[in-house]
Design a protein around this ligand. Structure first.
Ligand code: FAD
Length: 276
C-alpha cells in the first residue's frame, strides 16, 4: 500500500528546557517525513497555550500540525475562539476529543461527548478541518458495554470525523475485530493504530492501567523478570512493538500513529527496523 501514512504525537512542553528538548526530538524525527505531527491538549484548557505554541512552531518548520482539542469543561464560546485561532493561523487538521475532567474541576461544561464536539466543529467551520477522533479497540474504560462503545464510536464518525486514531494496544486481534465490527456498522474512514513505544516498565504499566490497554501476561511477566535491567527492557519492548507493527502493516492498516512521549529514540529504532 503506497498511500499509507505515518504521524507522530507530542505533548506541549511546560518549560523552556522541555521546549528545547522537543525541538531536538523534532529535528530527529522530521527526516522521517511524517504526514503530520499532533500535539495533545489538557482537558479544561490547562495546556491550551502550550498546544497552540507547539503547533505553530511545527507549522513554521513546514510540517503539517494537528492540535488535539478536548471539550469537557468547555463552553461553546471558548471552543469557538480556539477554532478561530487555529483557522486564522491556517491550521486545517484537528484531533477532536472529549478529554477527562481534571480532578477538582467541577463544571462539566457545554459538551458531554466527543460526538457533540465533532458536530459543533462541522457546524461552525464546515469542511475547513480534517477531523480525527479516538478509537478504543479494547473499549473505553468507562464504556457501559462493548456494543454501546461501538455505537458511540460510530456516532462520532457520523457526526463528521474523517479518520480515527486508536488508543494503543498490544493485542492486534482486538484492533482487527474492532475494525471489522465498525465496518459492519457502515464506518468507512481510516482507523490508524496508535503505537506506544514506551521503554520504561513502571510507566508502561501505569499508563496501561489508566487508559485500559491490556499488557498481555507474557509481556508483563517478561518485563518483571528484567528487574532494573533497563537495556533488556528496552530491547524487549522494541521487539514486541516492532512485531506488532509488522503484523499490522502486513494486514494493510492505513498508517501508524506513534505516541512519541516527546523522545525520538524508540520511535526511530522501530521505524528503522520496519524499514519504513
Ligand atoms: P468519547 O468518544 O466522548 O467517549 C467517552 C466515553 O463516553 C466512552 O465510554 C463512550 O462509550 C461514551 N460515550 C460517547 N458518546 C456517548 C454518547 N453520545 N452517549 C453516551 N455515552 C457516550 N485526552 C486529553 O485530555 N488530551 C488529549 O490531547 C488526548 N489525546 C488523545 C488522543 C488519542 C488518539 C486517544 C485515543 C485519546 C486521547 N486522549 C486525550 C484521551 C481521551 O480524552 C480519553 O480517553 C477520554 O476519556 C475520552 O475521550 P473520547 O474523545 O474518546 O470520548
Amino acid at each position: 500500500m503506497t498511500d499509507r501514512y505515518y504521524s507522530f504525537e507530542f505533548f506541549p512542553p511546560k518549560t523552556a528546557e522541555g521546549a528545547e528538548k522537543l525541538r531536538n526530538t523534532r529535528a530527529q524525527l522530521a527526516p522521517l517525513q511524517p504526514k503530520y505531527i499532533s500535539v495533545t491538549f489538557g482537558a479544561g484548557g490547562t495546556t491550551q497555550r502550550g498546544t497552540l505554541d507547539a503547533v505553530l512552531e511545527i507549522q513554521r518548520e513546514g510540517i503539517e500540525a494537528a492540535p488535539h482539542l478536548s471539550c469537557v469543561g468547555s463552553s461553546r464560546e471558548s471552543i469557538r475562539d480556539i477554532l478561530k485561532t487555529y483557522r486564522d493561523n491556517g491550521i486545517r487538521h484537528i484531533v477532536a476529543l472529549r478529554g477527562d475532567m481534571p480532578s477538582g474541576m467541577g463544571d462539566i461544561g457545554e459538551f458531554r461527548y466527543a460526538n457533540e464536539l465533532v458536530e459543533f466543529i462541522r457546524a461552525e467551520t464546515g469542511d475547513w478541518f480534517n477531523i480525527e477522533v479516538a478509537a478504543y479497540p479494547e473499549y473505553h474504560p468507562q464504556a457501559r458495554s462493548p456494543r454501546h462503545d461501538l455505537d458511540n464510536f460510530v456516532r462520532k464518525v457520523k457526526a463528521g470525523a474523517n479518520s480515527a486514531i486508536t488508543q494503543y494496544f498490544f493485542n492486534a486481534d482486538a484492533y482487527f475485530r474492532f475494525v471489522d465490527d465498525v465496518r459492519a456498522m457502515g464506518v468507512e474512514v481510516p482507523i490508524v493504530p496508535g503505537i506506544m513505544p514506551i521503554t520504561n516498565h513502571s510507566q508502561l504499566m501505569r499508563f496501561s492501567e489508566m487508559c485500559g490497554a491490556e499488557v498481555p501476561r507474557w509481556v508483563a511477566k517478561r518485563l518483571e523478570s528484567f528487574g532494573d535491567d533497563k537495556e533488556s527492557i528496552r530491547a524487549f519492548v522494541l521487539d514486541v512493538v516492532t512485531a506488532l507493527c509488522e503484523r499490522l502493516l502486513a494486514s494493510g492498516v492505513p498508517g501508524l500513529h506513534f505516541y512519541t512521549l516527546n523522545t525520538a529514540g524508540a520511535t526511530k529504532a522501530i521505524w528503522q527496523r520496519l524499514k519504513l
